[in-house]
Design a protein around this ligand. Sequence first.
Ligand code: GTP
Ligand code: MG
Length: 322
Amino acid sequence: MPPAERILQGDRLALARLLSELENQTSQGEATLGELYPHTGKAHIVGVTGAPGTGKSTLVNRLVQKLRTAQPDQAPTVAVIAVDPSSPYSGGAILGDRIRMRDLAGDTGVFIRSMASRGKLGGLASATGAFTMAFDAAGYEVILIETVGAGQAEVDVASRAHTTIVIDAPGLGDDVQANKAGILEIADILVVNKSDLPGAARTLRTLEMAMHLALPASGSLGGWDIPVLATAATTGEGIDALAAAIASHRQFLLESGGWGERERLRTRTQLEQDLAASLMASFLDPEIEARFDSLVQSVVERKLTPRAALDALLGEDSSSRR
Ligand SMILES: Nc1nc2c(ncn2[C@@H]2O[C@H](COP(=O)(O)OP(=O)(O)OP(=O)(O)O)[C@@H](O)[C@H]2O)c(=O)[nH]1
Ligand SMILES: [Mg+2]
């Protein structure tokens, strides 16, 4: 049976193989993804981002547990994509957690995949998009994508998700606190994690204030009031409210037409990044790369302007195609 068919039938091994193919950007992987594409478009894609160490992985683990155990009969299947993670995923079970629950590591409704390969230029961004499509086609109903940083990250999660959750935590310092406006542009849900730590109330107030400053008139973005939630991922505090907010946002998007808008944005971002990556890939040819290096040197030495170097590169590229 061809891999695409096996994946559509829920074969986890075939899916795992495809993910590796996609990570390595093989043509076999691309071909399978092409066959799967018509089966995508159903999943709720949720981005989870925030500064390093704010508790994103711990929170995602909790969320997966919550989604899978709340109403077992109607629990959504969940895939997790951890982009360039520095902390490991446990497969849903948190170390030292004494709450009795199903062992998510053996739960076939959960698929967790980390991705750390930076092999090729644009590799992470492109693989994240490809993984999302693969999970979507395979029938995973919620896809959680964890990335570090907000906005400036290589994988700009906000333009890849339907719902973006920005995680903050107390004690990150004033420079981070001062950068709230940027966060507000991408957040659909704001979370102050580590609410068990001192300073959490202050962080919560800062965020709420920044939000009122950014959105003085209506206090909402196109009808959606960005919730500011307090959680403690290590104890599970606030996870119910977070899961509810995610479900509400999905409902809001479906009812307001925002879902289609985000689908267009997601597709456009993917195409733009693939285009940039594929143009760059033409320069990864060792011969052209050597020329690239010598042009960089010439620009550094002021023998060429950056524009002239660009023209030289583009000229080289078009002549090599003849
Ligand atoms: N006190 C407290 N500690 C927490 C909480 N959530 C996470 N932590 C701890 O914070 C540390 C970082 O948690 P992670 O979940 O790895 O954070 P992360 O944001 O995924 O980190 P990176 O992936 O490295 O950016 C760990 O030691 C967690 O146990 C919380 O709610 N309260
Ligand atoms: Mg992490």
